[in-house]
Design a protein around this ligand. Structure first.
Ligand code: NI
Length: 188
């Protein structure tokens, strides 16, 4: 197991669809171990393979809800069904989202409140999770990574322009930047 560099927006691997995982072999299992360790140290509640430069359609997540229930797993070759999102005004606090590949920034984004995730686990078995609230948001965020979409790509104005300005100001949005959890102290 090793901590992996997290690539920053502008790296092409973040902006294209990921390749399906052909089979869950030892290489994939080692990759998933690296991803859990990297996510934990970052720290983050989700991490997709493209974020460590790996062109695989898989993500990991680990989040504890308000009741203390831990939601932790691996989603290999996932599909996601979304309930239509609310049309209420955006809440600039409650709907703040961040990403380890856009470190230090947060912007509000409307997501669907309910989703259905279907994916394969490390044993090669398919499972389905009906998720709501923040877990649904995590799944949408990580699933987007596998489509080559970052949450900042989905922002509405004025946040879209704010995000573009911030990324430009930080010097990102071009290939070649990454950070290493445990060495570089950035926040997702
Ligand atoms: Ni992200």
């Amino acid at each position: 197991m090793r901590i992996r560099d997290i690539v920053i927006t502008g790296n092409p691997v973040l902006h294209r669809p990921s390749a399906p995982v052909p089979r869950v072999d030892n290489h994939v299992k080692e990759l998933v171990e690296d991803m859990f360790a990297t996510m934990e140290l970052a720290p983050g509640v989700g991490l997709a393979a493209p974020q460590i430069g790996e062109d695989y359609a898989l993500f990991v997540y680990d989040w504890v809800d308000d009741d203390g229930t831990q939601h932790r797993g691996v989603a290999i070759n996932p599909t996601l069904l979304l309930e239509p999102p609310s049309i209420d005004p955006l809440d600039d606090i409650e709907e703040l989202e961040g990403c380890l590949s856009v470190p230090g920034e947060r912007f509000p984004l409307r997501r669907s409140d309910r989703v259905i995730l279907t994916a394969t686990n490390l044993d090669g078995n398919e499972y389905t999770i009906h998720a709501q609230g923040w877990l649904a948001r995590i799944f949408q965020h990580e699933y987007d990574h596998l489509l080559g979409v970052l949450y900042v790509d989905r922002l509405t104005e004025p946040h879209l322009t704010e995000a573009r300005d911030a990324i430009h100001r930080d010097g990102w949005g071009v290939p070649g930047y990454s950070w290493l959890p445990g060495r570089d102290h950035l926040e997702g």
